[in-house]
Write a protein that binds this ligand. Sequence first.
Ligand code: NI
Length: 395
Amino acid sequence: MNIETLRLAAAEGMDEWSRIRRHLHRHPELSFEEVETAAFISGQLRAWGIDHEQGIAGTGIVGVLEGREPGKRCVAVRAELDALPINEANDVPYKSAREGVMHACGHDVHMTCLLGLLRILSQHREAWVGRLKFMFQPGEEKHPGGGSLMIAEGVLQNPTVDAIFGLHVYPHLPAGVVGFRPGQYMASTDEIHIRIIGKGGHAALPHQTIDPISIAAQIITALQQVVSRKSNPVSPCVLSFGRIAGGTVNNVIPEFVELSGTLRAMDETWRTRAHGLIRNIVEGISTAFEAHAELDIPKGYPSLYNDPELTARAEAKAREYLGDTQVRLLSLRMTADDFAFYSHQVPGCYFRIGTSREEREFTASVHHPKFDIDERAMETAIGTLAWAVLGELQG
Ligand code: NI
């Protein structure tokens, strides 16, 4: 398929992309409850004559679109079905029709981009060779992440996926611009839950108690050393506590204190070591002061790693398609995406599509009740994604 035909198809489809995106935006559903969303996507695919399977990992949809011949390579693209528990504050005709639920992370846009890609490539099957595996996954926003469940159901096999792409809206760049980052890009995310159990009593008689509040204070202070003294300073790591709860009044020492936090890291070896250090510090300090500690560190998403070669090839394709001025190098981010699960199984490339208008309008960040996009971003995204996928299929 040549670049001019693709540019034309991406531009001519704008009314359709906008119609699809607005429908999805009006009808958001929470993680793992994306029944109507999946039905809508399935209906759209059927109308276009694109075979697919439903009910993967719950509401997921997977299919393989073949070009003129199956070729040697199979490239996958992932989109997410779910929305967030946020009440939309935009006053637009396509505003969420569901109170308290909103596509505030752009997953409506990602689904539309994948549908647009499928629409164009299915209309030009004679013009390319290879297999495109498409995955609409549930529950990106909620642990354990639909991505991990899709992998467990075997979506990366049969046919085996050689490379996988994901894209994400990015209001920090204007529509028409895309961004890439080879290697480590986004952080792992683990929750930390600590309960320090002491012995309650009268605040005026501390010697008869085991004060979990003063112990918690020492633990929080000591844990700062995990990042400042133990982690490699050139590999970003964040340890933040967002919740501390204990006690009821000024003159009673409580029985226990609870702390909850998040650990974000880029390096998987360090991530495992950090868990051990946190455990040592919490248990060591508690023991030293005769308290008892309970610690739970449920693992979240791994760090997101962009395969350097795949990402370099995709970036080169984006430069061909959009021109050098429209392609940027992204900074590291300590947020997370469950695309990371795929990126640890097969070479992955997760890139960003700018969605603001000249960086003045549509600037609200994702997960904000006023998040919205300049829809011209979809023309750019669909074309760039298609050009990168076709480049990969040529091998
Ligand atoms: Ni998202």
